[in-house]
Design a protein. Structure first.
Length: 326
C-alpha cells in the first residue's frame, strides 16, 4: 500500500487502506461501520455499568450490562449500514434478518465484547467479527470474506484481513484508526503458550503436549481473554493458544461462529494454522449457532505438534493424524 506523497505509510487510515484491497465498496463501508461502532463500545467499557443485566445468553450464561449494551451498539450499526442481510451475535438467541435480499449484501457473526467478565478487573477485552457474502451464516469459516477484531487494551487496536494479508491499525488521539503493522506474519514455531481451561480436566494428549512445550522452554502467557491472548501470539509472531476438549466438555468452551472462525481466518492469513485437534477449524461445517470446538491456533509447527500428541495418545499413529491435517 503506497503512502501518499508527504505522508508516511503509518498515517494511512482504515478506509483508505481498505480501498487499496480488491473488495467491494459495500464491504469497505461495512468494515468501517464496525470500526465506528467500536468507538461507542470503548466508551461503554470505560464508563459503563459493570453490573449484571438480569438476562442470560444462548449458552445460559448470565449477561453483564456491558454485554447487552455492546451487543445493541453493534447490532444497530450493522442494521443501519444498509449492506447487511443476516446478523448473529453471541449475545442473541437467534439470527436477526436485517434485509431479505442477498444481492451485494453481507452477513455478520460477532461477539460484541469477548471476555466481558474481565472488565471489572481492568484486563483487556475485545470485539470479534466474522463476515460472509450473502445470507448464509452456517458456512465453513473458509468461506469468510473478512474477519476482524478490535482489542480494548492500553491502546485500542483493530486487526483485519480480507484474505490479502493481516493488518493492524491503532486508534490515535482523534479516535481514528491508522495503520501500524502491515502484512503481519507468524514464525514457523513459537516460545509462548496460552493454555485455556482447567489443567486437571485435560486429557492425556494435551497434558503431554503442555509438558513438551515446558520442556522446550516455552513461557506461559494467558490472560483469560481470547482477543488479547490471540493478539499476543499474532503480534509476536510466535506461540500457540489452546482451549482443548476437557473431561466433561468434549467440545471445549469457545464458539465456532463467533470466536474460532474469525481468529482462524486471521491467523491462517498470517501464515499460522488453527485446528480442532483433527481438522482445520475453517473446514468445520457448523450445524448450529452455538456450536463449540476445541482449538489449537498459532504457529504451524506448534499446532502440528499438538495434533500429533493427541493422535499418539488416542492410539492413532502421529503420521496418520498429520495426514488428516494436510
Ligand atoms: P467470558 O466472555 O465469559 O469472560 O469468557 C471469555 C472466554 O470466552 C474467552 O475470551 C477466553 O479465551 C476463555 O473464555 C477463557 O476461559 P477460561 O476462563 O475457562 O480459561
Amino acid at each position: 500500500m503506497p503512502a501518499a506523497p508527504g505522508t508516511s505509510k503509518f498515517q494511512i487510515e482504515l478506509r483508505r487502506h481498505l480501498r487499496g484491497q480488491n473488495i467491494s465498496d459495500n464491504l469497505v463501508h461495512l468494515i468501517c461501520e464496525i470500526a465506528e461502532a467500536s468507538k461507542y463500545v470503548i466508551n461503554a467499557v470505560r464508563t459503563g455499568d459493570l453490573g449484571v443485566a438480569g438476562t442470560s445468553n444462548l449458552y445460559g450464561e448470565e449477561q453483564l450490562a456491558l454485554d447487552v449494551l455492546s451487543d445493541r451498539i453493534m447490532r444497530k450499526r450493522l442494521i443501519h449500514s444498509g449492506v447487511v442481510c443476516n446478523i448473529a451475535s453471541e449475545e442473541m438467541d437467534e439470527i436477526y434478518q436485517a434485509q431479505a435480499s442477498a444481492d451485494g449484501l453481507y452477513s455478520v457473526a460477532y461477539d460484541p465484547l469477548d471476555g466481558s467478565s474481565l472488565v471489572d478487573v481492568n484486563l483487556a477485552v475485545g470485539t470479534i467479527v466474522s463476515i460472509y457474502e450473502g445470507c448464509d451464516l452456517l458456512q465453513p469459516g473458509r468461506n469468510q470474506v473478512a474477519a476482524m477484531y478490535i482489542l480494548y487494551g492500553p491502546r485500542v487496536s483493530l486487526v483485519y484481513t480480507v484474505g490479502d494479508g493481516v493488518h493492524e491499525f491503532t486508534m490515535n488521539n482523534l479516535m481514528e484508526f491508522t495503520l501500524t503493522r502491515e502484512n503481519i506474519r507468524m514464525q514457523e514455531e513459537g516460545n509462548i503458550y496460552a493454555p485455556g481451561g482447567l489443567r486437571n480436566k485435560y486429557n492425556d494428549g494435551d497434558e503431554q503436549f503442555i509438558r513438551h512445550l515446558e520442556a522446550k522452554g516455552c513461557k506461559l502467557r494467558y490472560s483469560g481473554g481470547f482477543v488479547p491472548d490471540i493478539n499476543q501470539v499474532l503480534m509476536k509472531g510466535k506461540g500457540i493458544f489452546m482451549y482443548p476438549a476437557l473431561k466433561g466438555s468434549p467440545n471445549g468452551k469457545l464458539r465456532v461462529l463467533f470466536e474460532l472462525n474469525p481468529m482462524a481466518f486471521i491467523i491462517e492469513h498470517a501464515g499460522g494454522s488453527a485446528s480442532n485437534g483433527n481438522i482445520p477449524i475453517l473446514d468445520i461445517v457448523p450445524e448450529s449457532l452455538d456450536q463449540r470446538a476445541p482449538i489449537y491456533i498459532g504457529c504451524k509447527a506448534d499446532v502440528k505438534a499438538a495434533t500429533d500428541f493427541l493422535a499418539e495418545h488416542k492410539g492413532v499413529p502421529a503420521a496418520a493424524a498429520s495426514f488428516v491435517n494436510g
